[in-house]
Ligand binder design. Structure first.
Ligand SMILES: [Zn+2]
Length: 173
């Protein structure tokens, strides 16, 4: 009985050891310094382990190990052995260009909130989207404008607001 328990404990530790590099790779993927070749090699190393261990744990371990490589989306092209992953560091699609310290503030002057999307804080990005939708986006409100560099605009309210909307719709239609 106790021997069996010790054996299972040993297997569990072995899995921990095997999984650690995978966890490292995943965190690197999240940090944007992806290394798909490393991920693949870890997955290949895990495959036989899962076959051996699977029956001991009622198949759970094998299911978990088999699920891991799927993390790489089926649609995405698998990178073939590229010896120089250095080139990746420059540009990542869909990521905002962060400054050295990783945090920048909203592009709108005097706002001071941290930027969330395209250099704008959540509220000002909403405003930008609304202005864009109603044909009123100011030329200064560019994507990824430098922090604290764009003058906020004051929107008309009430009747003036609907007039302005109508004028914008006609003027730029
Ligand atoms: Zn803002």
């Amino acid at each position: 009985m106790s021997v069996d328990k010790a054996f299972r404990e040993m297997i569990r530790n072995e899995i921990e050891v095997q999984l650690k590099p995978l966890r490292d790779v995943v965190s690197r993927l999240e940090a944007g310094t992806s290394d798909l070749d490393a991920l693949r090699s870890v997955a290949e190393r895990l495959a036989p382990l899962a076959q051996v261990v699977g029956p001991l744990f009622g198949g759970n371990a094998s299911a978990a190990a088999a699920a891991k490589p799927v993390k790489r989306g089926p649609g995405r092209p698998a990178r073939t052995a590229a010896p120089a992953p250095v080139a990746v560091s420059g540009k990542r699609r869909g990521r905002k260009p962060a400054t050295a310290d990783g945090a920048r503030s909203c592009a709108i002057m005097g706002c001071g909130k941290p930027s969330r999307t395209k250099g704008y804080c959540a509220a000002h990005y909403q405003k930008l989207r609304m202005l864009e939708k109603t044909n009123r986006r100011p030329s200064a409100w560019v994507d990824y404008a430098p922090a604290d560099s764009v003058e906020d605009i004051k929107l008309p309210r009430g009747r003036a607001a609907s007039k302005a909307l109508a004028a914008a719709a006609q003027g730029n239609g």
